[in-house]
Design a binder for this molecule. Structure first.
Ligand SMILES: O=C(CO)[C@@H](O)[C@H](O)COP(=O)(O)O
Ligand SMILES: [Fe+2]
Length: 216
């Protein structure tokens, strides 16, 4: 069954621990935490102090999505803050191999994210080192955007062609996911669905999580 990672970007920031409990009780598998620096993407969100303050407030693993320039400069802070998975964008660093292996050697699961227009070929020489690939299905920076339909083809190509030799790598899809498009995204090959606004702007987050998990 597909896993669901609610993004706290669309949660009410004034009461994050209650907001996290809502999705924990609603059956979430991971907690997706979007870190934005106002440079790599045109928005600023939160950093290591907020993440470490949430550790111990939930048993959900922290799936930290870094949308920051030069992530290598800050990686130790995110590790110390309690990240379980750290995903970095291929577009954000010129030393991806070094960074991914640094994360892995610290005992954290490394993920690699691709913006919508970044080709899958950029993953070719990093596949042996990673735990997860994050396919952005919106241009990163904001919650509540529309899913880019062409990304279905990208997920299918990733699953069928690129991951033939590394089927254990998880495919996470992030951006514009809801109950209506989840079946197609799952059919294309997603293992983890990230959803922010669909879950947090709903009056019943647990119901949406359940519908995403059982979509087919
Ligand atoms: O990384 C990002 C946006 O850059 C995402 O994780 C969004 O936070 C998902 O929000 P929705 O598109 O589901 O509202
Ligand atoms: Fe994200």
């Amino acid at each position: 069954m597909v896993k669901v990672a609610p993004s706290i970007l669309s949660a009410d920031f004034c009461c994050l621990s209650e907001e996290i409990k809502k999705v924990e009780n609603g059956g979430a598998d991971l907690l997706h935490i979007d870190v934005m620096d106002g440079h790599f993407v045109p928005n600023i969100t939160l950093g290591p102090p907020v993440i470490s303050s949430l550790k111990g407030k939930t048993y959900l693993p922290f799936d930290v999505h870094l949308m920051i320039e030069n992530p290598e400069k800050h990686i130790d802070d995110f590790i110390k803050a309690g990240a379980d998975i750290i995903t970095v964008h291929v577009e954000s660093t010129v030393h991806l191999n070094r960074l991914v292996n640094y994360i892995k050697n610290k005992g954290i699961k490394p993920g690699v994210a691709l913006n919508p227009s970044t080709p899958l070929s950029s993953l070719q020489y990093i596949l042996d080192d990673i735990y997860m690939i994050l396919i952005m299905s919106v241009n990163p920076g904001f919650g509540g955007q529309k899913f880019i339909p062409k990304m279905l083809e990208k997920i299918r190509d990733l699953k069928r062609v690129i991951l033939q030799e590394n089927p254990e790598i998880l495919i996470e899809v992030d951006g514009g996911i809801n109950e209506e498009n989840a079946p197609d995204i799952i059919k294309a090959g997603a293992d983890i669905l990230v959803a922010g606004s669909a879950i947090y702007l709903s009056s019943n987050p647990g119901d949406v999580i359940e519908k995403l998990k059982t979509a087919h």
